[in-house]
Design a protein around this ligand. Structure first.
Ligand code: C2E
Ligand code: CA
Ligand code: CA
Ligand code: CA
Length: 279
């Protein structure tokens, strides 16, 4: 057992070293990624359960790494947060989203809104609200086309600053969504103090919502709470017809998940939208 324990330990440290090497390498590569135009936005549609229409898509960043291929955000967003590069990456995301909105503006997808993810670290950036306003204007896009998704972490630290930032964004006309609702550690008081338009119920409640009584109870309660506050609800991580039916029966407004579509490049999204397979 001792021997096995040692081997396990060695295996573990080797794995750790590999990860550490990869981390350092990626951290270095991240320096060039923006300049080399290596980021790309994928889009995941949200289905409106009232009329089966698609009016909004979430933008999810990917990194086309020159050697490692397409990397998901988990591989580089935490790194970028540590090094502070997240500020520039976040600004790039806003710009890429506005560019896409401008591109859609006069065609069949003119009704689409784009939701971008903004971490607490990005909201710390004093100039981010001005950047969003200027970027919208530069692309001739109205603020109501843009949605910002924030996690509950922003209600725990720097509350006054964040309230100020979100109020400014809201005044511009940008929609505000609370991401991963229910898994944060904040109180519900922020729903009273902050201008929230949408709640996104975390996938962890949806996965077993048709099998587990407690998840069903929580999901129904969140929907009712939100509606009574005049807030719309999006369910994340919907993967089955049964989940869709449950959410529809309980008046959830929108759903997002692999059952509708995985996140895809813009061209693929356009193809799916025009062929009607998503509704
Ligand atoms: P998130 O904002 O909660 O995004 C949802 C994640 O769940 C996405 O992973 C999406 O691909 C995945 N997902 C969607 N539907 C399903 C489903 O039905 N089943 C399952 N199992 N998963 C589903 P992704 O794209 O890997 O993004 C992970 C996280 O990275 C995001 O979580 C978000 O927190 C962060 N992220 C993504 N893009 C950005 C960005 O531009 N800026 C910042 N700051 N963070 C980002
Ligand atoms: Ca999100
Ligand atoms: Ca989420
Ligand atoms: Ca999440």
């Amino acid at each position: 057992a001792k021997e096995q324990g040692r081997n396990t330990y060695q295996f573990y440290t080797e794995g750790m070293q590999d990860r550490e090497v990869m981390r350092l390498e990626l951290d270095k590569d991240l320096d060039q990624a923006l300049a080399n135009d290596e980021f790309v936005l994928y889009f995941q549609p949200q289905l409106d359960l009232n009329d089966s229409s698609i009016n909004s898509v979430e933008a999810l960043i990917r990194w086309k790494h020159p050697r490692r291929g397409l990397l998901p955000p988990i591989d580089f967003i935490p790194l970028a947060e540590e090094s502070g590069r997240i500020t520039d990456i976040g600004r790039w995301v806003v710009k890429a989203a506005c560019r896409q909105l401008a591109n859609w503006q006069n065609g069949p997808y003119a009704n689409l809104r784009i939701a971008v993810n903004l971490s607490g670290r990005e909201l710390d950036d004093e100039g981010i609200v001005d950047h969003i306003q200027e970027t919208l204007e530069a692309h001739g896009v109205t603020a109501d086309r843009l949605e910002v998704e924030l996690t509950e972490e922003i209600f725990i630290q720097n509350i006054e600053h964040n309230l100020n930032q979100l109020s400014k964004l809201h005044k511009l006309g940008v929609h505000l969504a609370i991401d991963d609702f229910g898994v944060g550690y904040s109180s519900l008081g922020y729903l009273r103090d902050f201008p929230v338009d949408l709640l996104k119920i975390d996938r962890s409640f949806i996965t077993d919502v048709t099998e587990r009584h407690d998840d069903a109870v929580i999901t129904r309660a969140v929907i009712n709470l939100a509606h009574n506050l005049g807030i719309q609800v999006v369910a994340e991580g919907v993967e089955t017809r049964e989940q869709l039916n449950f959410l529809k029966n309980h008046r959830c407004d929108l759903i997002q998940g692999y059952f509708i579509s995985r996140p895809v490049p813009a061209a693929e999204l356009e193809q799916a939208l025009s062929s009607g397979v998503l509704n």
